[in-house]
Write a protein that binds this ligand. Structure first.
Ligand code: ADP
Length: 476
């Protein structure tokens, strides 16, 4: 075990409600996916505490909304500084609850504070819609009220701050609810918020997967910012309908990577490998279907197999580990079943061996020769498993990529920017990267088409989703 880790006690974690750090009505054990041991007993809010959190956010809203944006920005910048200052303590905690290697945990926290700074630097200026001799029409952006930020378990801290920051900058108040398997680092960021923001502006509750619905149906919640599965996203939308809540839904993906015939297999393989395997494949924007031209198919498969075999999988706290376990048992079992289906319908050319012993580990796995109907190709698999699919005509690869019900992201790989751009134009997704992957700077929005979501996060557009556009039409 890493020397800097202290044993964690139940009392180490508190909910944040109305500016007070409080115990939950009960507790829920958080399991380390590398060891299957309890990391800590986490406070678990009940419905009354969820309602209290919403009431506190509602009460704090008028004063927070009335503060100048520059003051709200300054406090957000303090939060970014506070995360940076505590990174040595937060990163090992994130590794223990989430499973990702320590380097990945440090990276997540660094991206989180960079996102806070990048989003908080944005502005909501008054826009002139029309100016004539008779009239001046402007559009202002008002906050909505209480925002519920509901986050998943793959990037708990990035997902939290990517919702919290624009919500607060725009003048809303927030109730954050992390996933029940990764609440601990979020609660620690909640403690930092308690020192920085006025009571009630930020509230953080944790649950056993039972309070999301309370927030999405609550009449005093004006907006839901949600990242999670498409199935749960549909429930969120239905639950939000009676009160017409504003929604940002970042849902599933089954992103295609289209590899053109002009790339060098040796050069492309590590890039594709990263695009598919980063965070052990538990990324909504991971490359999950790799379409490779037949002329380089065998060579690309061979290079990918070498990388997968050499990859170091293990406890994220151990030196040199590149890939941690899957985050929870349910996900682990699901991915194992998908691998068995792939074994039956294609050829496993690396990985794919069952893991013995504790921990939800899966060695990066490469599968060739699968039909598009295999589960690994047509379902959103959230694991370190990569189907490499052969194509001969580019138009067919594009059509196959577009058959997915999802439309989150895609990548195109080619030496020719013009050819790649042409392909990008034909892909029905919210983002297409050309010759790169997962470049998500805070100023650039991303979102999904089709069943991948609703609305965008990041950038000016992402910020504006936490506001109501209001028109003021003045006679001259
Ligand atoms: P997974 O990615 O494990 O399938 P979900 O998409 O269900 O998980 O979870 C993402 C987040 O949504 C988590 O914080 C989870 O607790 C929350 N959640 C689960 N069910 C609901 C619901 N009915 N309404 C709102 N949020 C929910």
């Amino acid at each position: 075990m890493n020397a800097q880790l202290k044993p964690l006690q139940t009392g180490d974690f508190r909910l944040l409600i109305g500016g007070r750090l409080v115990p939950g009505a009960s507790t829920i054990d958080v399991i380390n996916p590398a060891t299957e041991q309890v990391v800590a007993a986490c406070p678990r809010a009940d419905v009354a505490q969820a309602n209290e959190a919403v009431a506190a956010a509602k009460a704090a809203f008028p004063a927070w909304a009335a503060r100048p944006l520059a003051e709200r920005r300054a406090l957000l910048m303090k939060l970014a500084d506070a995360i940076d200052a505590r990174v040595a303590e937060l990163a090992p905690l994130l590794t223990q609850e989430q499973g990702k290697p320590l380097g990945g945990a440090f990276f997540e926290l660094m991206v989180a504070s960079a996102n806070i700074r990048g989003i908080a630097a944005l502005d909501l200026p008054v826009a002139t819609v029309k100016e004539t001799a008779e009239a001046r029409v402007v559009r202002v952006r008002s906050p909505l009220g209480v925002v519920a930020a509901i986050t998943p378990w793959n990037f708990p801290v990035i997902m939290m701050v990517t919702k919290l920051t624009p919500a607060l900058l725009a003048g809303n108040t927030v109730v954050v609810k992390p996933a029940p398997t990764t609440p601990l680092t979020t609660l620690k960021v909640g403690e930092l918020c308690a020192e920085i923001f006025p009571p009630g502006v930020v509230n953080v509750i944790a649950d056993a997967n039972d309070l999301g619905g309370v927030l999405t149906a609550h009449p005093d919640v004006a907006k839901i910012a949600f990242t999670g599965s498409t199935a749960t996203g549909r429930k969120v939308m239905a639950s939000a309908a009676p009160t017409l809540k504003r929604l940002t839904l970042e849902l599933g993906g089954n992103d295609a990577a289209i590899v053109l015939d002009d790339v060098d297999p040796k050069d492309i393989a590590p890039k594709l490998f990263f695009a598919a395997m980063v965070n052990s494949g538990q990324v909504c924007l991971a490359a999950k279907r790799i379409f490779v031209h037949e002329s380089i198919y065998d060579a690309v498969c061979a290079e990918l197999a070498k990388l997968a075999t050499a990859a170091k999988v293990g406890n994220g706290l151990d030196e040199g580990v590149e890939f941690g376990p899957l985050q929870n048992r349910m996900q682990f079992e699901k991915v194992k079943a998908i691998i068995e289906d792939a074994r039956a319908h294609g050829k496993i050319i690396a990985g794919g061996q069952p893991h013995q012993g504790p921990g939800f580990f899966i060695q990066p796995t490469i599968v060739s020769g699968l039909p598009d109907s295999a589960r690994l190709v047509c379902e959103e698999q959230f694991g370190p498993v990569m189907p490499v699919l052969k194509y001969s005509k580019l138009e067919d690869a594009i059509a196959r990529a577009n058959t997915s019900e999802y439309g989150l992201g895609a990548t195109v790989w080619s030496k020719s920017p013009e050819r790649a751009y042409e392909v990008a134009m034909k892909l029905d997704t919210g983002t297409v990267w050309i010759n790169k992957h997962l470049d998500l700077p805070p100023g650039v929005p991303y979102g999904g088409t089709k069943q991948s979501g609703y609305g965008v996060e990041l950038g000016q557009h992402g910020l504006e989703e936490f506001t109501q556009a209001k028109i003021i039409n003045m006679a001259k």
